[in-house]
Ligand binder design. Structure first.
Ligand SMILES: NC(=O)c1ccc[n+]([C@@H]2O[C@H](COP(=O)([O-])OP(=O)(O)OC[C@H]3O[C@@H](n4cnc5c(N)ncnc54)[C@H](O)[C@@H]3O)[C@@H](O)[C@H]2O)c1
Length: 257
C-alpha cells in the first residue's frame, strides 16, 4: 500500500494479471496486491509462476498457458473463486521475435498473434460477464491490455510484433466502445524500453543499454515498477472517465521524430 493512504487503492478488488512470473506482470501483481487487491497471477506452467510469489500475501498463482483453448474459462473461474468476482483484467502476457520480413516465418508470426492478440481477445470475451456483474454492483470494472510503443511506431525486424501490438490497440478501442455502457473501461499501455525478461539479452550489453537509455528524454530505461504504476493509474477508481486510451509510458523515448 502506498504510504499516504490508509486503505489501498484497490482494496477489496479482484484482478487477473497475465504474464505475471516476470517483468511488467510480476511488478503489477505485487503492486496490485500491495494496494489491497486479490490477484490471480497467471503464467505458463514452464515459468516460475508457482514459486515467484511464495511469500506474497493476496497473490494466487495460476499456471496456465493463455493460448490453451480452455484457459480463458479456467482463468476467470479461478479469479471468481479467489476473489469472489472480477474487477480488473490485465492482459499482459506477450512474446516478441525479431527477424526481417524475408526471414519472418509463419510460425513466428502466428506465435506472436496467438499470445499477444488472440489470447487477449479470448480472455476479454470470457471476462465480460464477470466484469459486468461487478460493474453493476460497484459502478466500475477495468480492462488494461499491454500494447507497446510499437502499437504506433515500428522497428527493423519486428513486423509480426508491431502488427500484433497495433492489433492490441484496435481491440482495446473497440472493446472500450462496446463496454462503456456497462461502466467498464478499457485502456492499453504503451511501454517504451523496459528492463524485463523480454529485453534481458539485449540490455545485458552495456552499449545497447546505453543507446536506448540515451534515446529517452529521461535518459534511462524503464523499470517494471514504472509500468506497474502506470497500469495502477488506469486500474484505479480515479480513472473512471478514461477509456479507449493508449497510455504511453516510455520516459520520452518516442518524443523525437
Ligand atoms: N520490455 C519491454 O521493453 C516492453 C516494451 C513494450 C511492450 N512490452 C510488453 O510488455 C508485456 C510484458 O513483457 P515483459 O517485458 O514484462 O517481458 P517478460 O518476458 O519479462 O514477461 C512476459 C511474461 O509473459 C509470459 N508469457 C509468454 N507467453 C505466455 C503464454 N502463452 N501464456 C502465459 N504467459 C505467457 C512469460 O512466461 C513471461 O513471464 C508484453 O506484452 C510485451 O510485449 C514490453
Amino acid at each position: 500500500m502506498t504510504s499516504s493512504s490508509a486503505v489501498g487503492r484497490l482494496h477489496g478488488k479482484c484482478a487477473i494479471v497475465t504474464g505475471a512470473a516476470s517483468g511488467i506482470g510480476e511488478a503489477t501483481a505485487r503492486l496490485f496486491a500491495d494496494e489491497g487487491a486479490t490477484v490471480l497471477a497467471v503464467d505458463r506452467p514452464a515459468s516460475p509462476i508457482l514459486t515467484v510469489f511464495a511469500q506474497a500475501a493476496r497473490i494466487v498463482p495460476f499456471a496456465r498457458d493463455v493460448t490453451d483453448h480452455e484457459a480463458p474459462a479456467e482463468i476467470v473461474a479461478a479469479a471468481r473463486r479467489a476473489g469472489g468476482g472480477l474487477d480488473i483484467l490485465f492482459n499482459n502476457a506477450g512474446v516478441s521475435e525479431r527477424s526481417l520480413v524475408e526471414a519472418h516465418t509463419d510460425e513466428a508470426w502466428d506465435r506472436q498473434f496467438e499470445v499477444n492478440v488472440r489470447a487477449a481477445f479470448r480472455l476479454c470475451r470470457e471476462a465480460v460477464p464477470a466484469l459486468r456483474e461487478r460493474a453493476a454492483a460497484t459502478g466500475r470494472a477495468r480492462i488494461v491490455n499491454t500494447a507497446s510503443v510499437m502499437a504506433e511506431r515500428t522497428d527493423l525486424g519486428l513486423a509480426g510484433y508491431v502488427a500484433s501490438k497495433h492489433a492490441v490497440a484496435g481491440l482495446s478501442k473497440t472493446l472500450a466502445l462496446e463496454l462503456g455502457k456497462w461502466g467498464i473501461t478499457v485502456n492499453y499501455l504503451l511501454p517504451g524500453a523496459i528492463q524485463t525478461g523480454m529485453t534481458r539479452a539485449a540490455f545485458e550489453d552495456p552499449a545497447i543499454r546505453e543507446v536506448w537509455a540515451r534515446k529517452a528524454a529521461l535518459r534511462r530505461l524503464g523499470t517494471p515498477m514504472d509500468m506497474a504504476r502506470a497500469v495502477l493509474l488506469l486500474a484505479s477508481d480515479e480513472a473512471d472517465f478514461i477509456t479507449g486510451h493508449g497510455l504511453v509510458a516510455d520516459g520520452g523515448l518516442t518524443l523525437r521524430t
